[in-house]
Design a protein around this ligand. Structure first.
Ligand code: TZP
Ligand code: MG
Length: 220
């Protein structure tokens, strides 16, 4: 039995729009309604990110979202909660730099689950290569008001650094809107997340379809 080194095995490829829930920025609509619209718009990867709900409410929402994403063939990632990700049989879990030691998380979730890790500097990106993570978050590219404990914007330079030097799937995130998307795409980004631009949109299905197409086509 030969263990495959983490970076030789790919559990995921990332391209297009990476969707994330944010109930407090969803104009009163439920996470389930928002997710249904994202899926209708053609989302292929979706993260459940919820900072203010109790565990049972999150669990019940995630059970429903697991069913919806499974039926639609959408990759489902849970933010922060390794236990919740395991309970609902999510495809992956997304963690921050200060959440849990990745090697312990890998022991818990097993070999098949996707692990994503947020990074904010070249050093963190290099360190991620040594860990058993499947993709990294790259940001915040611009200033964002969505995340409370967020660090200062790292700018397009860090994204450029990752694209040029770090061989791992990535998603660009933080303050990205339809109006500045062209700047991110001009650096060669293949996978982009927009949180509030999507969750606050009146026509979620429409914006997901439009923006996903722009990213996939690298339109600038
Ligand atoms: N991680 C880095 S920035 C961010 C997260 C979850 C929030 C991004 O939200 P928005 O609304 O796209 O700026
Ligand atoms: Mg976290």
């Amino acid at each position: 039995f030969k263990k495959i080194p983490p970076q030789k095995r790919r559990r995921i490829t990332l391209k297009g729009l990476y969707c994330i829930t944010a109930h407090e920025f969803s104009k009163g609509r439920s996470n389930i309604e928002v997710v249904e619209k994202m899926i209708k718009g053609g989302a292929k990867i979706l993260q459940y990110r919820e900072k203010d709900k109790n565990f049972i409410d999150m669990y019940e929402e995630c059970v429903k979202i697991r069913k919806l994403t499974q039926e639609a063939g959408v990759t489902f990632i849970v933010n922060d909660h390794v236990d919740l990700a395991m309970m609902v049989n999510a495809d992956g879990v997304h963690l921050g730099q200060d959440d849990y030691p990745i090697e312990k998380v890998r022991e818990l979730v097993g070999e098949d689950m996707i692990i994503g890790l947020s990074t904010h500097s070249p050093k963190q990106a290099q360190d991620a290569l040594k860990k058993d993570v499947d993709y990294i978050g790259v940001g915040p590219i611009y200033r964002t008001y969505t995340k409370k404990d967020v660090c200062d914007p790292v700018g397009l330079e860090y994204l450029e650094y990752v694209i040029g030097n770090i061989n791992i799937p990535y998603v660009a995130i933080g303050g990205i809107k339809e109006h500045n998307l062209h700047e991110v795409l001009s650096k060669g980004a293949k996978c982009v997340s927009m949180v509030t631009e999507i969750t606050e949109a009146e026509d979620i299905e429409g914006i997901v379809r439009r923006v996903n197409k722009k990213i996939l086509e690298g339109e600038m």
